[in-house]
Design a protein around this ligand. Structure first.
Ligand code: NAD
Length: 481
């Protein structure tokens, strides 16, 4: 059985304690590799290596740093097929999706920040003839980067690329549920000649390896993407230590569909935004609000389309819906379908485990599920489910739908469908989410600020926001007289 190893000080190493955790392929429900069950001793070693590498990396010319990051991006592109296959096996997502989205985005992240750092500038201010200010932006030190399982290599590189480009060294902790592509990435870093200690990857459990990283006194900056409850606990540990924190957390995103929308476009994109990656994208819309005049027509057309989605072995090119990431996550999603029924919801389609044959007979597949007849304020409509489950609700007025959209504790993203520009602007202005799409979904320009309001997070990633986060500004004021 394949053993994943930690990447510390430029080498692939066994965990100090010699313990491993099972890594399960969710499409077949079987253990297929082993992950280091790292603890504070492994984290200690990684932080030590990252600290030792900081001086060399942070003073290396920006061009040389960028060249190494470019080389890593090129190796990701070279290994597209191998990485996409690994991601699909580890996560349960359709191979086609990993090949089209996850892996190309990982190399794009590395390339974007390799280039970005060469254009990043700091400021100078002069209010009169007597004084001039200039602001430097220096790397901070050892950055802790903690990432989730839903877009494993995509979100892992989204953090480490700006951290490294800005001149920090990194200790990263990928999700223990999907560690494989981060492991393959460490092999690529060695091949690309990344100096030892610049990036260290410690695999293991969140409460153990992750917690040790957050608690470490020599890690002054933490970038975390994951659930809101975990984010709260990380903040509680890091805040009294005055660490710089970026938190990208959960969501319960509304899709607001007005009667004057381009119906076909709204319909097909909403199917996609509901069930892509089995609904396990933080940006998936899970509450669909449809204006009353087209409500019946939309529900019926939506359900028809959802019934036609092909649930299949993720390695099958025809698969549109793969496996959920784990048994426990599938059980959590099923518990929400049960709750929806108790709350009076009508299951229009789905609601059950999908039974596949042959290789995937024991996989964690769930039918895409559409629920109606629930009020906007019930638990099903307030709590994050993070699976292939959406609710559809009618609305009558703009004011009413804005209230519904804003009624949860979350504020990550929202999608608005209307052909009326004024209405689009007004509703976009009123919805309390960090990201709004009008007549489209998940169109990403990596320069834009990415992140959520309320319990969806603190801070923004992307573009200059991430480079600002991963640097410490210092203002120098000089008297000219
Ligand atoms: P999670 O919070 O369980 O785990 C995320 C990471 O944190 C993992 O690597 C885990 O090992 C680690 N971790 C857990 N406990 C920790 C602790 N005490 N200290 C340090 N690290 C710890 O989240 P998940 O289940 O992997 O991911 C799903 C969640 O992520 C969903 O809520 C989803 O909305 C959210 N998410 C948000 C975004 C965003 O950009 N806002 C993107 C993707 C996913």
């Amino acid at each position: 059985m394949q053993k994943i190893r930690n990447y510390i000080n430029g080498e692939l190493v066994e965990p100090i304690g010699g313990k491993y955790i099972d890594n399960i392929n969710p499409s077949i429900g079987e253990v297929y590799s082993l992950i280091p069950d790292s603890d504070n001793n492994d984290v200690e070693l990684a932080v030590k290596a990252a600290k030792a590498a900081f001086t060399q990396w942070s003073t290396m010319s920006i061009n040389d740093r960028a060249k190494i990051m470019e080389a890593i991006a090129n190796l990701i592109d070279r290994d597209l097929e191998k990485l996409a296959m690994a991601e699909s096996i580890d996560n349960g997502k359709p191979l086609k999706l990993a090949r089209r989205v996850d892996i190309p985005r990982a190399s794009a992240n590395m390339r974007f920040y390799a280039s970005g750092i060469q254009h990043f500038a700091s400021e100078s201010h002069q209010a009169d003839e007597n004084f001039i200010n200039y602001t430097t932006r220096r790397p901070i030190g050892v950055a802790g980067c903690i990432s989730p399982w839903n877009l494993p290599l995509y979100l892992f590189t989204w953090k480490i690329a700006p951290a490294l480009a800005a001149g920090n060294t990194v200790v990263a902790k990928p999700s223990e549920i999907t560690p494989m592509t981060a492991y393959l990435f460490s092999e690529l870093c060695i091949e690309a000649g990344l100096p030892k200690g610049v990036l260290n990857i410690v695999h293991g459990l969140g409460g153990k390896a992750g917690q040790a990283l957050v608690e470490h006194k020599d890690v002054p900056i933490i970038s975390f993407t994951g659930g809101t409850t975990t984010g709260k606990s990380i903040a509680a540990t890091a805040a009294p230590m005055f660490k710089k924190l970026s938190l990208e957390l959960g969501g319960k995103n509304p899709n607001v569909i007005f009667a004057d929308c381009d119906f076909e476009k709204a319909l097909s994109t909403t199917v996609h935004s509901s069930f892509s990656n089995q609904g396990q994208i933080c940006l998936c819309g899970s509450r669909i609000f449809v204006e009353r005049p087209i409500y019946e027509k939309f529900v019926s057309a939506f359900v028809d389309k959802v019934k036609k989605l092909t649930i299949a072995d993720p390695l099958n090119e025809a698969s549109k819906v793969g496996a959920l990431v784990s048994k426990s996550h599938m059980e959590k999603v099923i518990s929400y379908i049960k709750l929806a029924k108790e709350e009076g919801g009508t299951i229009m389609t789905g609601g059950n485990r999908a039974k596949l044959e042959d290789r995937c007979a024991n996989g964690y597949f769930l039918e895409p599920t559409v629920i109606t007849d629930l009020p906007h304020d019930c638990r099903t409509n307030q709590e994050e489910i993070f699976g292939p489950v959406v609710t559809i609700m009618p609305f009558d007025t703009q004011e009413e739908v804005i209230e519904y959209a804003n009624s949860t504790a979350y504020g990550l993203s929202a999608t608005i469908w209307t052909e009326n520009l004024k209405k689009a602007h007004n509703v976009a202005h009123e919805i309390k989410s960090g990201i709004i799409w009008v007549n489209c979904w998940l169109v990403r320009d990596l320069r834009t600020p990415f992140g959520g309001m309320k319990q969806s997070g603190v801070g923004r990633e992307g573009g200059w926001e991430a480079l600002r986060f991963f640097t410490e500004p210092k203002n120098v004021c000089i008297s000219l007289t």
